[in-house]
Design a protein. Structure first.
Length: 410
């Protein structure tokens, strides 16, 4: 990417990842405690959606869309060699995202107007990305618009279902399925790539390396798409169960090809591998749920907290570190934040077992999630709202030094 001229405005609007990653961190910290208060009857919710629909929608299309926008507005300048979207256009887009949250929370506008306001965000994201890609003549990356537009269509479907029938059914599964597919697609590119780069720096070309994208990955993606489509349309059918179980096995095999066991000294990379494993676990548990062997809610939270939550947090950490001039090292604080998120997933899917022990798994999971995002906010918000730090240059080693300086984790 070409060098960007100095930006005179607020640092928050100097790059696309800044406002949206900051919003995702703050929103992640607030939205789950609000849901718990509503669920326990301690807080009155007056929006157009039912309380459960509001919770599901805001995790998918509120939190998830913010992270997706931050990721894309960071990636697109690298693809197009153009300056990033910044300043007033970025601030206006950010304001649209905030208005969408307010429109759903307070019920201050009619349901149809709430649909227009809230659903316009992803359509504007797609339009701005299309403009940048076309201006940069980076035609091959126009395909990234497809999942963005599909997620926008899922959002519209969610609203229409609530308006017409009083509750969402297909829209909620469609939204989760699209985010999971994006993790399959993007995670399947960045995880082996980042792993290969780190291993090459640590040990050169000695030892096995992650296997590049191949026909096997294409087959795994195809079965993943088929399984997610089946789960969206008919989550309790035998055909869906078979597809989900097969896709789960294929994605476990896919993950084993990326040499995750070789990067244990890099928590930032371990997070990506661990988050991805929740995809095959979620798919397989969804398959068992389709056969009536387990509850569907367990599968939803494996995918929602473990896969989507884990991967978005891991990506936000890495992108924020790299693009604010910091070394790609998680450190104990960010590692703790990710660990708490994993604890939230385990507590939620194990709520039945915890209930037998006299513990409220839902409340415990919400607590772990909230503390996790509190940690992320305390650590990452200063990086996101303040100007980019000057990357420190390592001091040259003295000629008589025997031990080499430690290598930076990828």
């Amino acid at each position: 990417m070409t060098a960007c001229p100095t930006f005179a405005g607020p640092a928050l609007f100097s790059y696309g990842f800044r406002p949206f990653f900051a919003a995702a961190c703050i929103f992640g910290f607030l939205v789950v405690p609000l849901w718990v208060l509503i669920w326990r009857g301690s807080l009155e919710y007056q929006g157009h959606f039912g309380a459960v629909d509001w919770h599901i929608h805001e995790m998918i299309f509120g939190y998830g869309s913010a992270v997706l926008a931050g990721f894309l507005f960071t990636a697109v300048p690298n693809w197009t060699a153009r300056m990033p979207v910044r300043g007033l256009p970025l601030a206006v887009l950010f304001a649209v995202w905030i208005l969408g949250r307010l429109a759903l929370w307070g019920g201050l506008v009619a349901p149809g107007l709430a649909l227009v306001v809230e659903c316009s965000f992803l359509l504007l994201v797609a339009a701005m990305i299309a403009r940048e890609i076309i201006a940069g003549k980076n035609w091959r990356n126009l395909k990234v618009l497809v999942p963005v537009l599909l997620l926008g269509a899922g959002n519209i479907l969610f609203h229409l279902e609530v308006i017409l029938s009083g509750a969402s059914d297909y829209g909620r599964r469609f939204g989760i399925a699209l985010l999971v597919f994006l993790i399959m697609l993007i995670g399947g590119r960045i995880i082996p790539s980042f792993t290969r780069n780190w291993l090459a720096k640590e040990r050169g070309q000695d030892g096995p390396m992650p296997i590049p994208f191949s026909r096997f990955d294409a087959v795994a993606l195809a079965f993943g798409v088929a399984a997610l489509v089946g789960w969206t349309l008919a989550p309790e059918s035998v055909v869906s169960a078979v597809l989900l179980l097969l896709a789960g096995v294929l994605h476990i095999a896919r993950l084993t090809r990326w040499q995750g066991q070789a990067v244990l000294r890099s928590p930032l990379l371990v997070m990506l591998h661990v988050a991805y494993i929740f995809i095959p676990l979620g798919l397989m548990v969804s398959g068992f749920a389709a056969l009536g062997l387990v509850e569907q809610v367990a599968a939803v939270h494996l995918l929602g907290i473990g896969a989507i939550g884990g991967m978005t947090v891991a990506v936000m950490m890495r992108a924020t570190l790299g693009h604010t001039g910091r070394a790609l090292v998680a450190g104990p604080v960010l590692t703790l934040g990710f660990g708490l998120l994993l604890a939230a997933a385990v507590a939620r899917i194990g709520s039945g077992i915890l209930a037998d022990l006299g513990l409220d798994g839902v409340l415990l999971s919400a607590g772990f999630w909230t503390v996790s995002f509190a940690v992320l906010c305390l650590r990452m918000l200063p990086w996101l709202v303040l100007p980019k730090a000057a990357r420190r240059k390592p001091n040259p080693a003295p000629q008589q030094a025997v031990n080499p300086s430690p290598k930076v984790a990828g």
